[in-house]
Design a protein around this ligand. Sequence first.
Ligand code: FAD
Length: 426
Amino acid sequence: MNRRSFNKILLGTTALSFATCASIADTKLSTNKKRVIVVGGGFGGATAAKYLKKFSPDTEVMLIEQNKDYYTCPFSNTVIAGINKIDYIKHDYKTLESKYKIIVKHEKVQKVDGTTNSVILENGEIIPYTKAIVAPGIDFKYDKGYIEGSEEYAPHAYKAGTQTVLLTEQLQNMKDGGTFIMVAPANPFRCPPGPYERVSLVAHYLKHNKPNSKIVILDQKNNFSKQGLFQEGWEKLYKGMIDWRSSEFGGKVISVDPKTRTIKTDEGDIVADVLNYIPEQKAGKLAFDSGLTDGDWCPINTKTFESKLVKNVYVIGDACIASPMPKSGFSANSQGKIVALQISRILAKQEVINPPKLANTCYSLVAPNYGISIAAVYEAHDEKIIDLKELGAGGLSPSYANESIRMQEAEYAVGWYKNQMTDIFK
Ligand code: FAD
């Protein structure tokens, strides 16, 4: 061994022992220091981190997110339909770091360990916390021949980014006269109106670019969110183009071959030119690895969002059980604010807000100038969340409204998106 390579090894070893020392030395928080670690920088996690810093400026807030850029699912359907470019839905964490002094780490978390109150990163680093907020979003249940890797052939595009781009390209390359098939999942899943907004905007694209094409939805359920409003829009704008098959009447998938895009149903085989297969869903893997799940999702105390299974860990967003709130970005944002408020009060030894109020509005575009929505306000108690519709809160867009109302709702949808992105990332 020559001197240079020996020095290299020595340097490496020293660096390693410093790194090990750092993680070991840091495995306990000093008694007067409060650190909240937020895992997952999506709608839920990024909101919680920002608002926690606002409500509790002296608390150290660390946001751990595996990706440097975040691509939103909201408005990803406009990218697939060629209305917006992919950069329209791309956001980063720089302002959270510089303006709000949140410590942002781009690392993958292996586990949130409730027995030692620490977060374990995949790189081996161990970081202790006073409280942890977990918002890992969803993962997919692979079944019926749709396995890991199938998304290369039959994209789900239900996590935005590369999947959005792939489905966009497949749609652009589809021949005029082709068949776009969507398999829509059974409940519960992320964004109940999401598949139907997508079909609407794909129809908009096909109508203007490949008018002889058709769309088949093989649905794994018998009804869907805002169904009347969507179907009214389809009849008006895309007559004869969209064939929705409920689970009971021809939609049920028995198996799929993603490579040949062939689907076996009760009523025979059907082959797609483009297959958008949206699998059934469950909480993100991290929730399972951290012992936060019971079945597919994470049970919580709905007033504080603290896990029922692991103390000092709070779960928000798509991964938690917060029904009747839908699994939406707006819900996750609303939950992010409430969890930040409740934790800031607990850290300050104050009573938590009882009961907190939450809200959701899901806008959908049936066409770029045709919007519809559903809204609700909720009250959260220890064991349940109540929809305040009995008090007249929320509701659906009117049926058979005139064009200017639909146009206005499309403008509100765009406004909502811009406001949310500012609220979360700026
Ligand atoms: P996510 O936003 O998915 O964030 C989870 C984050 O955690 C990710 O950034 C991920 O990288 C990170 N993460 C996961 N595991 C780890 C780990 N181990 N280590 C580090 N980081 C990790 N909602 C609306 O309100 N309005 C809409 O118009 C709307 N449209 C939609 C359209 C479509 C097509 C789809 C699919 C969804 C839509 N949604 C909409 C729903 C919305 O996208 C989700 O409800 C929302 O993203 C949930 O937020 P979340 O914070 O729970 O999860």
